[in-house]
Design a protein around this ligand. Structure first.
Ligand code: FAD
Length: 500
């Protein structure tokens, strides 16, 4: 239950609030965690703290033109709430869906916005965390205590996107914009826009901007695999026309999407060349006749070694066909007062340059962790199933899939955490911590992500700051949904976890 206490040892400024579970983040993961916790453990008190001024996380931060999912919403939506819209949804549609979850489950009163978690200190003596919070609006410093800390902070810094520096940037007389901080009043009508980047964000922005701009150039250093997908899935449309119950439709579409995703993953692993050919062949008829696919859309990496980006109705290809957008694959030599000069000598004239260059990984929302007074050096710790960290008691985190919808895993992790908390209650334990077992003494500690498996720039740039993984269960992560949906619900809670 929630209690307010005022211990003498604490600063007098504010009372300390205690909750059984403190959730950091009110994005899709944090709201999902709150839902599961409330359903499974109605007696647990909890709050969600978020540094932003509203719910949604990623979908609140990103407000650039055309912002949308690139997963289908039957799997990017929660398992517990049917999705009724088009498979690929706009940022606004996703926010509206989250609003419904909040309203239907009476979660609004549990969320505190503009509350940034700065530090979390675990005391083994007290069996609890003390959490330092800064109010973004008033500057007030608050303190919470909690028995269990549930980190739903996402995977990148919402404040500081990745912005490479190029020579001459200061000399550019036009406007430079990052998609993570899109100016509300930016008018691109009739402007020449260069979008630097080749990922999902660039691919979303280019066709959206091309509707108003004079011309949009997608400038990429190297290509990405794209696949055109219908915005509204045919099967969902058929089921709706037959007046099938929305819950059934949701479940059928989830199964269809998961099965299709698994088939693509199987091809990526077993016959990557066949998959490459399939992807290229499916792009060809959608592109202009003389388009150099090998140069612009045939990456050197294997399909799925980096994210495969979906294009609703092939919108990027349409803009290329219609000539409102073009792709340039080259390296930036320098910005100039009027645009960008490339290594090939070509000059791109621009009024606006958008740096769709992505982000860096954020380690647990930049929260400073200490355990019994010692700062936690996460680079020396090992993940437990991609849910907890060795040496860090009573803390779980949500990290979704890269190659399937994030939320499929968020739901699985939430169920796992609730099962763990139930079990601690049943056995009267107050502390749980992952600890390597005697047989793990010589286990090699491997980098957070195996570059052979998944190696996009934001992972490679930041992995030296991340925790490690082992070479055996339960010290591995980044599994596929097909495996985890069978393993996690029945995983042995005594293996690798120590209780007190
Ligand atoms: C433009 C874009 C499109 C994407 N599309 C897809 C997609 O289609 N499918 C897919 O599977 N994935 C997609 N992703 C990945 C996406 O980020 C996740 O799928 C999902 O939205 C993450 O949800 P989350 O709640 O875990 O994290 P986030 O959405 O990042 O939310 C985390 C929240 O935690 C808060 N927070 C962090 N640190 C602190 C702190 N110290 N104190 C207080 N609050 C804190 C943040 O303010 C934020 O509100 C996309 C990402 C981007 C950027």
């Amino acid at each position: 239950m929630t209690t307010i206490e005022s211990p003498e040892s604490r600063p007098a400024a504010a009372a300390v609030e205690h909750v059984d579970v403190l959730i950091v983040g009110a994005g899709i993961s944090g709201i999902g965690a709150a839902y599961h916790l409330q359903q499974r453990r109605p007696g647990s008190s909890f709050v969600l703290l978020d540094a932003l001024e509203a719910r949604g996380g990623t979908w609140w931060t990103h407000k650039y033109p055309g912002v949308r999912s690139d997963s289908d919403l039957f799997t990017f939506g929660y398992g517990f709430k049917p999705w009724r819209g088009p498979s690929i949804a706009s940022g606004e549609e996703i926010l509206a869906y989250l609003d419904e979850v909040i309203e239907e489950n009476d979660l609004a009163g549990k969320i505190r916005y503009r509350h940034r978690v700065i530090a979390a200190s675990w005391s083994s003596e007290d069996h609890r965390w003390t959490v330092e919070v800064s109010r973004e609006d008033t500057g007030e410093q608050l303190r919470f205590t909690t028995d269990f800390l549930w980190m739903c902070q996402g995977y990148y810094d919402h404040e500081q996107p990745y912005r490479p520096q190029w020579p001459g940037m200061d000399a550019f007389t036009g406007q430079i914009v990052h998609p993570q901080h899109w100016p509300e009043d930016l008018d691109t009508t009739g402007k020449r826009v260069v979008v630097i980047g080749s990922g999902a964000t660039a691919a979303t922005l280019v066709p959206a901007l091309a509707e108003q701009a004079k011309h949009v150039t997608m400038l990429q250093r190297s290509p990405t695999f794209f696949i055109a997908r219908p915005k509204v899935a045919e099967l969902a449309a058929q089921l709706r026309a037959l007046d099938v119950d929305p819950e059934w439709i949701h479940e059928i579409m989830r199964r269809a999407s998961v099965t299709q995703g698994e088939e693509v993953m199987r091809m990526a692993k077993e016959t990557p060349d066949v998959l490459r050919e399939f992807l290229i062949d499916s792009m060809r008829p959608l592109l202009p006749e003389d388009f150099d696919i090998d140069k612009h859309f045939n990456p050197t990496y294997r399909p799925w070694q980096q994210r495969l980006a979906a294009l609703p109705e092939g919108d990027l290809f349409t803009a290329l066909r219609e000539g409102t957008a073009s792709v340039v694959t080259d390296t930036i030599e320098t910005f100039t007062p009027t645009g960008i000069r490339l290594a090939s000598g070509e000059e791109l004239e621009a009024d606006i340059i958008v740096t769709a260059t992505g982000f860096d990984l954020s380690l647990f929302g930049n929260v400073a962790f200490t355990v019994d007074g010692e700062p936690v050096d996460f680079t020396q710790q090992v993940t437990y199933r991609g849910i907890m960290i060795t040496g860090v008691p009573n803390m779980a985190y949500v990290f979704g899939y890269f190659r399937a919808s994030w939320t499929l895993r968020a739901d699985l992790v939430s169920e796992f955490v609730c099962r763990l908390l139930d079990r601690m209650d049943e056995r009267g334990h107050r502390t749980v911590v992952p600890r390597l077992r005697p047989e793990d003494a010589d286990m090699p500690l491997l980098p957070w992500s195996d570059p052979e498996n998944f190696n996009p720039g934001y992972v490679m740039r930041s992995q030296h700051r991340m925790y490690k993984r082992g070479d055996r269960e339960p010290w591995t992560h980044h599994k596929e949904y097909s495996e985890e949906r069978a393993v996690l619900p029945t995983a042995d809670l005594d293996d690798g976890l120590v209780y007190r």
